[in-house]
Design a protein around this ligand. Sequence first.
Ligand code: C2O
Length: 583
Amino acid sequence: MAGISQLISTALSSPASPACPFQRGRRSQASAPRRPRAARPAVISCESRPPERVDRREVLLGLGGMCAAGGLGIGRDALALPIQAPDLSKCQPTGTNSGTNCCPPYDATIVDYKFTPTGPPRVRPAAHTVDEAYLAKYKKAVKLMRELPPDDPRSFAQQANVHCAYCDGAYDQVGFPGLELQVHNSWLFFPFHRFYLHFHERILGKLIGDESFALPFWNWDAPAGMTLPKIYTDPRSSLYDPLRDAAHQPPALVDFDLGDAAPTAQRQIDLNLSIMYRQMISSARTTKLFMGQPYRAGGNRNPGSGSLETSPHGPVHVWVGDPKQPNGENMGIFYSAARDPIFYAHHANVDRMWHLWKKLDPRNVDFTDGDWLESSFLFYDEAARLVRVKVKDCLEPEMLGFTYQNVEVPWLRNRATPRSAPSAASSSTSSSSKNQRRAKLLKSARETASFPLTLSSAASVSVKRPKVSRSPADKDKEEEILVVEGIEFNGEVCVKFDVYVDETDTADVKPDDSEFAGSFVNVPHRKGHNTKMAAVKTTLRLGISDLLEDLKLEDEEELLVTLVPRKGKGKFNIGGVRIELSS
Ligand code: C2O
């Protein structure tokens, strides 16, 4: 283990290198790079369906390309539809009743931003390791940021509003009035937050006149970093936020599973490490599974989050927020999350996970899809200029002039194990009684499950696999993915449900058991100004090739899938469950 950790640590500390010079096998689902978009309006006129809930490009291509490649003579490039930076002049308060106005100051002048690193990178330290000198600088920088006039886009309040505006529906997509822009639950999650922290960090550095200042990262993926970092807990410090869960102060350990009862410290650490392994490795074997689903101009928001965004990103938000507040403020709901300085350290570690994932396997690569690369956002920089950034300019931390302190990666061996011995390995009698039980459960699931289903208690469903007994080469080429689709709920509610495979007796099944396939977690966010858009409809995708191998289910034609609601019971629906192969 030390060997692998060392390898990763070394790789992480080495200078920037292209993420992967080659692509092979099952993870190369990203398409070839294309030239930037052009002539979008000409294409839009060909589409007759309303824009909501439709991926415009799929519609266009589905129409036989008749309007695209046909009469109008527009080539494939014309169909490129990256999400465009919002129009600040059209920003609106979010939420329906309380109407939080998180719109930034308006500036009509936009500068296209391309960062050119000069000098050594800023090194982001692990928050639990910083010394007094660093802490004094950091506290001073945040204090000065809090003291800026409230209408200065660099003030702490305005910085927090950036998150609120992009996450709680203050903007519509440019060219699509009424279609809310959302930077969560899709492939925009990692790049949006990377840029957001980049500017936040540079503003802090400028306020204290220190070009080398770097934000700390909350190293929640390592045992020593699993409590709320102490530097945020002093009530007299600028890093403090009163709206946090009083029961979750150090030495309480963060719980990625958001369970009801706290296990022993060692057990909590093991469960967290095992969730890290699943979210970074087992369930993250394709670019889409890890980074999130494609989201293009005119497409519906919330196409589906990547594994790490779902967890532990979501649970850490909910765990920090104050349960006595109406919506788990501050961290537990998106409009207020960035009012807590710990938000930025949380997201620095989330960002570090993107960086780390690409070092874990040569097949872990960024999207090469032009719509992702050309997606853009607006931010205010340290000189208070309004700048437009593009995803393609943030692919490596080094491109933005920062890097991470080299720390151990402790979860590389925490693959889940089966609770009970898999049938093939048991004695023949117990194996046959197990098979009989399985057949009975599958039969009853087939007879009772019907969709859409309101999940108020555990529900089991039998799901057919598209292919069985796949060869190692097949498995290397295509990941098997369990898809829970049509998950619908009011976005203001905290929702969590767990998914199990071949286990209906789920009370004692924990995230370090192979039968536990993963969780769905929604961090609440408010309705946007457009109330029609309050409802969230999204999809959960879980990579299950490792799980099938561990449970020796690779030859089975059907799987028994059990969904168990944990938070928001009865407040959400499930449209269906199926299995697909990545291609
Ligand atoms: Cu923009 Cu952690 O959320």
